[in-house]
Design a protein around this ligand. Structure first.
Ligand SMILES: Nc1ncnc2c1ncn2[C@@H]1O[C@H](COP(=O)(O)OP(=O)(O)OP(=O)(O)O)[C@@H](O)[C@H]1O
Ligand SMILES: [Mg+2]
Length: 265
């Protein structure tokens, strides 16, 4: 079965998404060569990925959304490695490894590049941020920059500091759940940082559950739920719908949820 997401520019505009010409993107598409993936690989059991053959991108900012375990990080990591990034995170100059983070998918992914080439890039995962920060400090000590003291700041402070000092110009950036480190206030700051970079010509891929981050204007949201990867409008995402429902009906939802064991409906 060959499934291609055929989102066109007009599809994007119907969803309020402003597409740019694909040639202007650093990464305009990825395809998967399933012949390169073992028959017994767990990748074949992830519905969103097993159906994936070609995935085109249309916007400078693409979000991966979907339920826990739907395959967002697996694809993001595979893309990062296929694009030459350290699988554990960092820039392309980083080669540290604290665990076996290699992706089974990366060798089967074929990135299709646009006519522009990024000058810089970074792969940042909240879950291995400590290891990236350690490598950043080591690098800073060896260079003329001086130590950046990541470990003397809080998780969120140092995460945002790393972005503010490393993300610039026309770069290619992959972020896995950046909201895990950030307060709502600092997520707004991150939105402004992403906007700053996009205006300078950057492209972002971000796996996220955050209704704040997903609200970035003109981003394309790709949903991994329901058996394949498909575009989705911001207001249709679970992150938006469930958060809105909860905030509007908190007392009622909590009453039903927490009293369920007492036999109340
Ligand atoms: N090395 C592995 N071996 C076997 N299964 C794996 C491996 N890595 C991930 N998985 C499985 O692949 C599925 C997709 O995982 P993935 O981390 O991509 O989900 P996700 O969409 O990023 O979820 P979350 O929102 O919780 O971060 C999960 O069911 C996970 O258990
Ligand atoms: Mg994940």
């Amino acid at each position: 079965m060959c499934i291609t997401i055929s989102t066109t520019s007009s599809d994007c505009s119907e969803r309020g998404v402003k597409a740019v010409p694909q040639s202007e993107l650093f990464l305009r598409e990825i395809s998967v060569d399933w012949d390169e993936i073992p028959r017994d690989s767990y990748l074949r059991a992830i519905p969103a990925l097993s159906a994936l053959r070609h995935l085109p991108f249309h916007c400078p900012v693409t979000f991966f959304v979907g339920e826990n375990g739907s395959g967002k990080s697996t694809l993001l990591e595979g893309m990062a490695e296929a694009l030459g990034f350290n699988p554990e995170g960092g820039s392309r100059n980083y080669r540290f490894s604290t665990y076996d983070a290699g992706s089974e998918l990366s060798g089967a992914l074929r990135p299709v590049r646009g006519s522009r080439r990024e000058k810089w890039g970074y792969f940042l995962r909240a879950e291995s941020f400590y290891n990236v920060a350690t490598a950043e400090e080591e690098y800073a000590k060896l260079s003329s920059r001086g130590s950046e003291y990541y470990h003397r700041r809080s998780h969120g402070e140092s995460f945002l500091h790393l972005i503010q000092t490393n993300f610039s110009g026309a770069g290619l950036y992959l972020l896995d759940e950046p909201e895990a480190a950030l307060s709502p206030q600092r997520q707004l700051t991150l939105l402004a940082e992403i906007d700053r970079c996009v205006r300078a010509g950057s492209q972002f891929f971000i796996a996220s559950h955050s209704p704040v981050l997903l609200g970035f204007p003109d981003a394309e949201l790709l949903c991994f739920d329901g058996g394949g990867i498909h575009p989705i409008a911001y207001e249709e995402t679970d992150s938006f719908r469930i958060t809105e429902l909860f905030i509007r009906n908190r007392a009622q939802i909590l009453r039903r949820l927490l009293c369920a064991d007492d036999g109340e409906d």
